[in-house]
Design a protein around this ligand. Sequence first.
Ligand SMILES: [Zn+2]
Length: 475
Amino acid sequence: MKKASDLPIKQYLDVLKAKIFTLKNISWKSPKVIGGSILLLLLMGSGIVYLNSTTSAVYVVINGEKVGLLESQKQAGAIIDEILSEKGAPLGVAAKTHDSITFSSVRIKNSEYTALSKSTLEADISYYVDGAAVKVNNEPIFVLAKAEDGERLLKEFQEYYAKPSEKNQVTSVSFEEEVETEPVEVPLDQALSYEQALEKLKQGNLQKIEYTIQENDSWWLIARKNDMKTKEVLASNPGANEDTILKLGKKITLEKVTPYITVVCEGVRTDIETIPFDVVTKTDSSLSSGQTKVKQAGSDGEKEVQYAYVQKNEKVVTQTVKDEKVLKTAVSQIIEKGPQQVTVAYSRGSGSTVSGVSWPLRGSITSYYGYRHSEFHTGIDIDGDQGDPYTAAAAGKVVSAGWSGNYGYTILIDHGNGVMTRYAHSTKLLVSAGARVTKGQTIGLVGSTGRSTGSHLHFEVIINGDTVNPLNSLR
Ligand SMILES: [Zn+2]
């Protein structure tokens, strides 16, 4: 990389030194020596004059081009080493260069010497690093500057999602995709530092999509069409909320994030959950009609539930109850009621649809009503994250709220006129049997309890005891 080339003046001085050395070995008494010494002094004298008015320097030659002067090859080498380490420092490595850098020694007049500045030298060199390409399914996604940190990066990314604790036993962590690192040489400005690389993996791949608003579009429909969540669509349009009116033909931007790598974690998690209390109504003839009295106040119970789960990045995709232990039993609320004098007979609905039912959750439909394979799907599955609140589709009375086999934690609401709605696989129920709910009231949180793959809300509309396609009733 660094090569020295000799110069006539240097040779001249070397010869001079050699002469001094040779002469020293000859006796001073010899007349030849005296004559030689005089000659030598004369030569040295002219040499000193020459040395005082000029200076030795080196040209720094990059790829055959002289870029400037420095005092010596040693000084130039030190500056270049400094530049290489400074350039690579933000990436945690020393930069390298393939440029041919040589030095050509000169003697020039003192007045003509101007030292090459570090910044000029820095700008004249091109840099590279020996990094590691992170490849997902054989596609490189970025290059990590420090090749030996590749494995550590992938491990730390796994640990970002797999968080073992006393309440969370992680049994396996893997990547869904084929992920590998491969040594690769890249220009310095194309490599990422460890921190940048980790951040990039955590943030995922952000794509900006331009979308033109079509007829009948709603924020939610746009989200569904683009396989996004409503809140993500709204977030990419600052200032917009669900009530913001969409103008036909207007272009909006959608910022869609897809993960580069999917970390699959499996394990067993222990949660403490509330057991909602039941409401029991008894008739007491000592009370007058329409009069109610709370005989016993209800109180929620508590239980410890062990879930076997599979998680992909932050999302729980399957969750099954492994074990349940009641820590505190729920106490039913007992309400005494005066005898009913008027029997209210709900008129039975006639059609298969009912109007005025609103979406309990805004999300994409991951499974529709009807046959899927050999099974009949009695509702629709609306995608949601674990813990997303969902609401009552219409006003009514909670018939039941609790565990219901394959449905997991489920709420059944009677809306009158033979219409009921069911909300299954909840992680948490926020209402109890007997409660009156209003349309749009938050009644539970999305989960994946019961027979469920992935957190979602299974929503059913039941008319006169039979399920119907909720999409015919929803608005
Ligand atoms: Zn379902």
